[in-house]
Design a protein around this ligand. Structure first.
Ligand code: SF4
Length: 483
């Protein structure tokens, strides 16, 4: 960890305290996936190490935007927000704007940032987050703008980066970085580099520390967790890792994402079935139900192989749920291809799904495919797909109404602070009320605007009363210990 630069920055901040209007605060805006969120937690930890405090206002001393390039709309949102921050910087010229994340690795985006957003002070890539103190120090001590985007095969374990974790209940733990699959529509192999698995022993050591510090749930992260250890001679694989974590009984819940159908083994499904602490849920993107489209996407499996895996999970973990990712409108997609997608959805009946319209990504193989599907056809197919998927979501939630299930409480619902929210071990979202007089730690619970904060990370038995498409309404019966 760049201790030296952190020390020099602390010195520099104390010197400029009288002369600069810059607050000793930071604000991070994270776009995209949980791997980005995990990177942001590390950068928050680094900022706090150099003496800055978090500040959600519009006048932070340092604003960091951790970007995502997975789809065009993520980029458009960032460029839109950059315009907003420009006005704020005009009122607060000492504020520093820092840009990092996957967009910085795409040439078109980097050129645009250099050309049109000259008020951005520092730009670095997803493989450079450990250099944040150095770049901040150089920007402040020399006044020069910093644009440094490397292709290093960076591994955070090599830098012992502190993390300022956002959630009290769930710890995000990347087990690997990068991807070697080169699906033809995806930029991740170009933005996050080649697959690198973290050392097995270091992961276990970190999990022990997180468990000791009170985390009840861990989310193991990777672009393709099923290939964990594949590129390290003699390394245990992902089923080994899950089996070891379960055996150590460190957490009430062990979650993981993202899986890849071509690498997901029957042994993994057996280990999930045998270990109740592993979530009763599988996120398994299928993208398309057509073998021709799967070939053009370079996904590396057939619809038959996918169905075999999904149905084997349903059989082995009957109370489990399956979510997926689906792309509509991939170049060359015919009505028959789309029908194959709908048919596969009817066979698996996904409990939830992330649905996307194909987004052309510069530099990918698919970007040069000529046979684009007309927008109006894509839009019509997308609405048929949503209608079908929403009916499956509702059907799935209806299937558990009347049961009582244990929920890990995540806090207060976004829309009503007398309603609380959490997830079952099968990843169902539950919004629930707490009857007056409910006991917690042998005391009647105090229901006020801060209750959600106080019970975040606790477990409770919830009676499931009413199904909605994307959530379930319930009533708390009693608090539990989650073991
Ligand atoms: S598996 Fe495919 S879609 Fe997933 S990150 Fe890798 S290249 Fe992208």
């Amino acid at each position: 960890m760049q201790e030296r630069f952190c020390d020099m920055l602390r010195g520099l901040f104390s010197q400029e305290n009288s002369s600069s209007s810059r607050a000793l605060t930071y604000r991070i805006r994270t776009y995209g996936c949980q791997l980005n969120e995990s990177d942001s937690e590390k950068m928050a930890g680094i900022f706090e190490k150099m003496g800055l405090a978090e500040d959600e206002s519009d006048k932070p001393g340092v604003l960091l935007l951790n970007t995502c390039a997975i789809r065009e709309n993520a980029e458009d949102r960032l460029f839109g927000n950059l315009g907003f921050w420009k006005t704020l910087k005009t009122d607060n010229p000492d504020m520093l704007i820092v840009l990092c994340g996957c967009m910085t690795k795409l040439n078109e985006d980097l050129m645009r940032i250099k050309r049109s957003f000259s008020y951005v002070d520092i730009v670095f890539g997803p493989q450079d987050i450990h250099r944040l103190p150095e770049y901040l120090y150089r920007r402040l001590s020399t006044g020069e703008k910093i644009i440094r985007v490397s292709d290093d095969d960076y591994m955070p374990d090599d830098y012992d980066l502190p993390a300022s974790r956002k959630r009290k209940f769930r710890a995000l733990v990347p087990i690997m970085y990068g991807c070697d699959n080169f699906c033809t529509y995806c930029v991740v192999p170009y933005t996050r580099g080649r697959e690198r698995s973290r050392d097995f022993g270091k992961i276990i050591e970190q999990l022990r520390e997180l468990s000791t510090s009170g985390f009840r749930e861990v989310m193991l992260l990777g672009q393709n967790v099923n290939s964990y250890g594949r590129n390290v001679a003699g390394s245990p694989d992902f089923p080994d890792l899950l089996e070891r974590i379960s055996g150590l009984n460190l957490f009430s819940r062990v979650r993981f994402m993202t899986s890849h159908p071509k690498d997901l083994s029957n042994r993994l499904i057996d280990i999930i079935a045998e270990n109740p602490c592993i979530e009763r849920h599988l996120h398994l993107p299928f993208q398309s139900g057509s073998n021709d489209i799967l070939r053009r996407m370079n996904r590396g499996y057939t619809r038959e192989r996918y169905l075999e895996t999904a149905l084997r999970f349903r059989e082995s973990v009957p109370e489990g749920t399956i979510s997926t990712d689906i792309i509509v409108g991939f170049p060359g997609e015919t009505e028959n291809d789309f029908t194959d997608t709908l048919n596969l959805m009817n066979e698996v009946r996904f409990d939830s799904a992330f649905t996307f319209i194909y987004s052309r990504r510069p530099g990918t193989v698919a970007a040069d495919m000529s046979d684009a599907v007309p927008e109006e056809i894509v839009a019509e197919r997308f609405s048929r797909l949503l209608e079908l998927q929403n009916s499956h979501c509702l059907e799935s939630n209806r299937s558990v109404i009347g049961s009582t299930q244990e929920v890990l409480i995540e806090g207060t619902s976004h829309t009503n602070d007398t309603v609380f929210t959490g997830r079952t071990s099968s990843n169902r979202l539950v919004n629930f009320t707490i009857p007056d007089g409910t006991m917690i730690d042998s005391e009647p619970i105090r229901l006020d605007s801060d209750t959600g904060n106080r019970i975040e990370g606790r477990f409770a038995s919830i009676r499931l009363l009413k199904a909605k498409t994307f959530s379930i309404e319930g009533r708390l019966e009693n608090f539990t210990d989650g073991r």
